[in-house]
Write a protein that binds this ligand. Structure first.
Ligand SMILES: Nc1ncnc2c1ncn2[C@@H]1O[C@H](COP(=O)(O)OP(=O)(O)OP(=O)(O)O)[C@@H](O)[C@H]1O
Ligand SMILES: [Mg+2]
Length: 465
């Protein structure tokens, strides 16, 4: 047994003929340090394994539900030999993190253990105060991006390109990558804002210069590439680099060697490169404004940070986080319901920076210990017409319905899915309190109880199929 950390996961086997018995799987996994529980324990671990011999729509639906649409880490194992074409993709799209064919692996239990250990390690990092207190929000879109960033930062030394609209947290993510980079984090992060590079001095800023290299160069000086040795170099707004400079950067980015201005001697350096831009660099490349060869050198990994409109489930969490920060509170302040509605319905062209500024102004207006109320919203921020109660029926809503129709769902199925999702969200937001969730949903407690019992019955039936 290797001294790899033990991991705990739930295990569910679809009990069809060809599927390996749950006990056989559990015992093979136990031997490689994976402790499994049956589904149904009070607080199931966030790692799960689902085994099946044939991927049916029921299996995909189960994966979707149990992975909470891809938020929890679920490994799908097929035990039925060959997989039909496209099956692995279907299961992956349903939210599985990976799909393995047990019979095709020479040491399947060890492969499963390695996957789960890696995912657990990433999740443990997400749970550290470094990440929790700085990169706030655990909505699906953000969590998925954050997981990938954490994994690439901690387990590789590759160059990373961060893209995304203004205010989406690119600089914050770059700082996190540096903090998580093994060995490099003990050095200072070197930040170079490419918008501030003056053409005449850019060479010296980047490569350094020798004494007397140009008028005013009274002493020799190190540039960013030398200063970043052993550390991380963050090239912010890399899309703004003039073409001539892009050409000069190729060698140092590829080979980590450079010459100072005024010198013929090659120096070596060693840095991790992280770049950020709010431009679409491939589109820039197509327009001839960004060199393709440089693009592929800076972007071994590319992560797009989602705009706030794609992570609306994080808006209130972020607002509470900023308020707590500004008011120096230990606990999150209460937000009155109209304030919550307002925050959720507003547009944020400046993304998280915009939300941060708004909550800062609300914190300035707020007095006393009570909740943040509608009067704390700055006057120039207040909506003129009465807030439209239908604001949620926007383009994202329409897109989801369109996707559902395209994939063959009928009105009944869509209505059920919408109701199930609303119940799931209300229960989650009210911390499992049935009465409060029922009030939010405009239902009686009894009606909500019945609906949940129906849901559970349907799940049980699905599982029995
Ligand atoms: N997930 C987050 N949790 C907490 N604060 C965040 C988060 N994301 C961004 N912020 C805050 O939002 C502001 C903008 O973030 P940042 O400067 O990293 O964005 P950016 O993408 O680099 O923007 P720009 O393209 O304009 O340079 C900062 O104050 C940052 O602290
Ligand atoms: Mg920035």
């Amino acid at each position: 047994m290797p001294d790899a950390p033990r991991v705990t996961a739930w295990l569910h086997c679809f009990d069809t003929d060809g599927c390996l018995a749950e006990d056989t799987l559990a015992s093979a996994l136990r031997q490689v340090g994976v402790v499994t529980h049956r589904l149904g324990v009070a607080t199931p671990p966030r790692l799960g394994i689902v085994a099946f011999d044939k991927a049916t729509p029921t299996v995909a639906d189960f994966v979707r539900r149990l992975s909470h649409n891809g938020q929890d880490m679920l490994l799908a194992i097929t035990t039925g030999g060959e997989m039909a074409r496209g099956v692995a993709w279907q299961v992956l799209q349903a939210g599985a993190f990976d799909v393995l064919a047990w019979d095709r692996l020479s040491d399947p239990a060890a492969v499963v253990a390695a996957r789960l250990q890696r995912w657990q390690a990433v999740d443990d990092i997400l749970d550290t105060p470094l990440v929790r207190h700085n990169l706030v929000g655990r909505g699906r879109a953000w969590l998925s991006t954050l997981r990938q960033i954490v994994e690439a930062a901690r387990f590789t030394d590759a160059s990373i390109l961060l893209t995304g609209e203004t205010g989406t947290g690119k600089e914050l993510a770059a700082r996190l990558i540096h903090a998580l980079s093994p060995q490099r984090s003990s050095h200072d992060l070197i930040v170079l804002d490419c918008t501030t590079l003056v053409p005449d001095l850019a060479g010296s800023e980047l490569f350094g210069h020798e004494r007397g290299a140009f008028t005013g160069a009274v002493t020799a000086r190190d540039g960013a590439f030398a200063l970043a040795a052993g550390s991380t170099l963050f090239l912010d707004e890399v899309g703004e680099l003039p073409l001539a400079l892009q050409a000069q950067l190729l060698r140092v980015v590829q080979e980590r060697t450079y010459k100072r201005v005024g010198s013929n001697t090659w120096h070596t350096t060693d840095f991790r490169l992280v770049c950020a831009t709010n431009r679409d660099l491939l589109a820039e490349e197509a327009q001839g404004r960004f060199r393709r060869d440089l693009y592929y050198r800076v972007a071994t990994w590319t992560f797009r940070l989602p705009p706030l409109r794609e992570r609306t489930e994080d808006i209130l969490t972020l607002a509470r986080h900023f308020l707590r920060q500004f008011q120096r509170l230990d606990a999150s302040p209460e937000l009155d319901e109209p304030v919550q509605e307002y925050l959720l319905s507003r547009d944020y062209p400046g993304n998280i920076r915009d939300l941060r500024n708004l909550t800062l102004r609300m914190a300035h207006r707020h007095v006393g210990r009570g909740p943040i109320t509608i009067g704390d919203i700055p006057t120039d921020e207040r909506p003129t017409p009465a807030p439209d109660r239908d604001h949620w029926r926007d383009i994202t809503f329409e897109q989801s319905i369109r996707r559902a129709l395209l994939s063959g769902a009928g009105l009944r199925e869509i209505r059920h899915a919408a109701e199930d999702t609303a119940i799931h969200i209300a229960m989650g937001e009210e911390d499992g309190n049935l009465q409060r969730a029922a009030r939010r949903l405009g239902l009686s407690d009894r009606a909500l109880q019945l609906r949940r019992a129906e849901q559970r019955q349907k799940s049980a039936l699905d599982e029995a199929v």
